[in-house]
Write a protein that binds this ligand. Structure first.
Ligand code: 8YV
Length: 338
C-alpha cells in the first residue's frame, strides 16, 4: 500500500522466481509489492511455486518455471507471467490463453550472445580445447608431439544450421569470417533476400546432416522438435562431424548421441543444453570428445541485464493494462480489449 496525493493506492503484487540483479528488484519495488528469491536462487518445486504465487497478480519467471492448467487453476487472480527468457517451453500457452493469463518472453535480447556461445563450443570441440586443458592440468604434458590433439579446421568447412531464426542468423553471419559454406534447414524457408544477405542455402534436414562438417542447432523446443535429431539422423552424419546444441535439451536424442560419440561414428559435440537438465546423461562425462557447458548461452552480464529489464517491462505493461512488447498470446489481449 502507498499514499499518493493523499489517496491510498494498493500496489499490485508480483513474484520474481529467480535471483535478479538488485537494481531490477529496486526498479520493480517502485511499482509493485515484490516477493522474490534473492537469497537462495534455488529452483522451487511446483508445489512451492504455486504456494508462493498465491495472491500474486503477476510473476517474472525463468525457463524452468512450469506454468500450466493445474497451476493456473489454483491461482485465479494471476494476470500475467513474464519469462525473462526467450524460450518459453515452460509455458503451456493454450492453458494460459484459455484462462486469460498474459504470457511474454524476451525475444531479441540474447541472439548475439548465444551465437557467440555456439561458436565457442564449435571451436572448443573442433580444436579439442577442453579435452587438452584437462590433460594439461592433470600434468600429462611432457613435450610437443606432432600427433598431440590433432583437431579439425573450422575455417573453410561446411556449417549446417538447423533453425534459421535470430540466433541461427547470428551464427551464419559469424561463419563468413571463417570462410565457411553455410547450409540451413528451417520449418519455413527464409526469403531469397535473407538467404543472399547471409550467404546461406536451404536444404532438407537429412541432406544437411549428411553434408555438414559442423551442425549447430537453433530451433526452439516444441513437441514436434522432440528428438528432431534422433539415432537415424545421427547415423547420417559424417564420421568427422561435430554437433553443437545451444538451443534446448530434448531436440537431440542424448542417448543416441552418446552412442555415436562412443563408437567414433561422429567426431565430437559441443553442448550447452541437455535432456532433463540440470540432471544429464552421465554418459557424457566419460567422453573426451565433447565440450560441455551448464546452459550458459545467455550468461553475460549485459545480456542477462537486458533479459531481466525486458521481462520487467513486459510485466509492468501487462499489469498496467497496456499491451506488453513481447506478448505471446495476443488472443488474451484481443479478448480484454472487447
Ligand atoms: C536462459 C534460455 O538463461 O532464454 C532462454 O531461452 O535458454 C536461457 O538464456 C534460461 O532459460 C533461464 O532459465
Amino acid at each position: 500500500m502507498e499514499i499518493l496525493d493523499g489517496a491510498i493506492v494498493t500496489k499490485k503484487k508480483i513474484l520474481v522466481t529467480r535471483q535478479a540483479f538488485p537494481e531490477i528488484i529496486d526498479w520493480l519495488r517502485e511499482r509493485f509489492e515484490v516477493e522474490h528469491n534473492q537469497e537462495t536462487d534455488e529452483q522451487w518445486s511446483q508445489d512451492e511455486f504455486r504456494r508462493r504465487l498465491a495472491g500474486m497478480d503477476g510473476a517474472l519467471t525463468a525457463g524452468n518455471d512450469r506454468v500450466d492448467a493445474p497451476l493456473l487453476d489454483a491461482l485465479p487472480q494471476l494476470r500475467a507471467v513474464c519469462n525473462m527468457t526467450v524460450g518459453f517451453n515452460n509455458f503451456n500457452l493454450a492453458d494460459m490463453t484459455s484462462r486469460g493469463v498474459i504470457a511474454t518472453n524476451t525475444s531479441g535480447t540474447l541472439d548475439e550472445t548465444t551465437a557467440d556461445m555456439a561458436w565457442a563450443l564449435m571451436l572448443a570441440a573442433a580444436r579439442r580445447v577442453t579435452e587438452s586443458e584437462r590433460w594439461l592440468r592433470a600434468g600429462h604434458w611432457k613435450g610437443w608431439k606432432n600427433s598431440q590433439f590433432l583437431g579439425q579446421d573450422v575455417h573453410g568447412a561446411t556449417l549446417g544450421i538447423v533453425g534459421m531464426g535470430n540466433i541461427g542468423r547470428a551464427v551464419a553471419r559469424r561463419a563468413r569470417g571463417f570462410s565457411m559454406k553455410v547450409i540451413y534447414n528451417n520449418r519455413n524457408r527464409v526469403s531469397p533476400e535473407i538467404e543472399r544477405e547471409l550467404g546461406v542455402s536451404y536444404m532438407g534436414l537429412d541432406e544437411l546432416l549428411a553434408q555438414s562438417d559442423f551442425v549447430s542447432v537453433h530451433v526452439p523446443y516444441y513437441p514436434e522438435a522432440h528428438h528432431l535429431i534422433d539415432a537415424r539422423r545421427i547415423a547420417l552424419l559424417k564420421p568427422t562431424a561435430i554437433v553443437v546444441n545451444t538451443a534446448r535439451g530434448g531436440i537431440i536424442d542424448d542417448a543416441a548421441l552418446i552412442e555415436a560419440l562412443k563408437a567414433g561414428r561422429i567426431a565430437g559435440a559441443g553442448l550447452d543444453v541437455f535432456e532433463g537438465e540440470p540432471a544429464f546423461n552421465p554418459g557424457f562425462t566419460s567422453l573426451d570428445n565433447v565440450a560441455l557447458a551448464p546452459h550458459i548461452g545467455s550468461a553475460t552480464r549485459a545480456t542477462r541485464m537486458r533479459m531481466w529489464k525486458l521481462g520487467a517491462d513486459n510485466l509492468v505493461s501487462a499489469l498496467a493494462g497496456e499491451r506488453p512488447p513481447n506478448l505471446l498470446n495476443p488472443d488474451v489481449w484481443e479478448r480484454r480489449r472487447r
